[in-house]
Design a protein around this ligand. Structure first.
Ligand SMILES: C[S@@+](CC[C@H](N)C(=O)[O-])C[C@H]1O[C@@H](n2cnc3c(N)ncnc32)[C@H](O)[C@@H]1O
Length: 331
């Protein structure tokens, strides 16, 4: 009997296979070029991912991290809309398809999927990698430029993952407006930096104006209580390091933590987390300090001590990014 392979596992295997036969030096050089390009001034007027070695480097080096960040955001979103499963998905600026894999890992099953990107080599490689997943085999990969002319066909879910930072102000507005017009749910993910967070907040405001409710990470759809310039809302996803990572970055840690900011919003009425843990919990002797964003549209620190009994045990298990208090365990 064939045991179905989890999408995360299938993706790891497919990506490891990409480097087979590529001399280690060639792979390292492609990654170095990629990193240099991404350090250049963005937005760019032509695709950064120009050829096969660029996209192989992107897929092998960055895609495991963007996949885990998107998966984390989608899991929080799925918790806020437990009855809902997207029947169709469009991934804008989808590149090699990290978000399509993350959607499939969150809601199993085949669905119509369209990936839009302006870089043909990224689409070609994405199609090739997706062949390893029977539920993504029928995905369509189309060349499309994000701009004022962008229209997205009506769909349940639009993802825009690690794209806004490559766009002009006007194109950032266009893609969010097009997504809000096309979809019931929009999930936007950016690097977990002050600039990434600023772009997420801009998109969040635009989605709320378009009639969406914020489902995650925020417990409410009011203004974000974080003061820009003082802090930024971001989370962390653990990523198993590939041999290429170890080759490029050295060190022996088997994992690294990808920091990301996100907003997941929907036209459906969501049930957001009562509060969200917005920093790594601090575990002290007999107490846990939780930094929370709450439904009263403010940030609080809650101290949970041994005297709180089961809640204390839950606090010790709580992770950065979790809902607080945790939902009751299912039987
Ligand atoms: C950092 S990659 C992210 C890829 C993928 N979404 C992920 O999460 O791994 C940015 C992607 O946006 C695409 N992109 C950037 N500007 C674009 C534009 N104006 N129109 C269409 N795609 C664009 C790039 O080609 C690239 O595939």
């Amino acid at each position: 009997m064939n045991v179905p392979v989890h999408p995360a596992e299938a993706l790891r295997t497919a990506l490891a296979g990409l480097l087979d036969g590529l001399p280690p030096k060639a792979a390292t050089q492609a990654v170095d070029r990629l990193i240099a390009n991404y350090r250049g001034t963005t937005p760019t007027h032509t695709p950064v991912l120009r050829d096969r070695s660029d996209v192989v480097a992107y897929a092998a080096y960055r895609m495991p991290a963007t996949f885990e960040a998107v998966r984390s955001a989608l899991e929080a979103f799925a918790d806020a809309v437990p009855q809902w499963t997207p029947a169709s998905h469009v991934d804008v600026g989808g590149g090699t398809g990290a978000a399509t894999w993350a959607v499939n890992a969150t809601w199993a099953g085949a669905r119509p999927v369209t990936v839009l990107d302006w870089a043909e080599p990224a689409l070609a490689l994405g199609r090739e990698i997706a062949a390893a997943n029977p539920e993504l085999k029928s995905a369509e990969w189309h060349r499309s430029r994000i701009g004022s002319a962008l229209t997205i066909e009506s769909t349940d879910l639009v993802t825009v993952s690690y794209v806004l930072g490559e766009l002009t102000d006007a194109d950032r507005a266009s893609v969010v407006t097009a997504a809000a017009t096309a979809a019931q749910a929009v999930v936007i993910i950016e690097p977990g930096t002050p600039d990434g967070y600023a772009r997420v907040i801009e998109a969040r405001d635009r989605l709320i104006t378009a009639g969406f409710h914020v489902a995650a990470p925020c417990p409410h759809s009011a203004a974000c209580p974080i003061v820009p310039g003082e802090d930024w809302c971001h989370f962390s996803a653990r990523v198993a390091r590939s041999s290429l990572h170890r080759q490029v970055k050295g060190g022996s840690l088997p994992y690294e933590d990808e920091k990301f900011s996100y907003v997941a919003a929907t036209r459906l009425p969501p049930t957001p987390a009562p509060s969200r843990v917005v920093r790594k919990p601090q575990i002290r002797k007999g107490q846990v300090l939780l930094d929370l964003c709450g439904p009263d549209e403010a940030l609080h620190r809650e101290t949970v001590t041994k005297r709180h009994g089961p809640l204390y045990r839950a606090a010790r298990d709580a992770d950065w990014g979790d809902a607080w208090p945790p939902p009751p365990a299912e039987d």
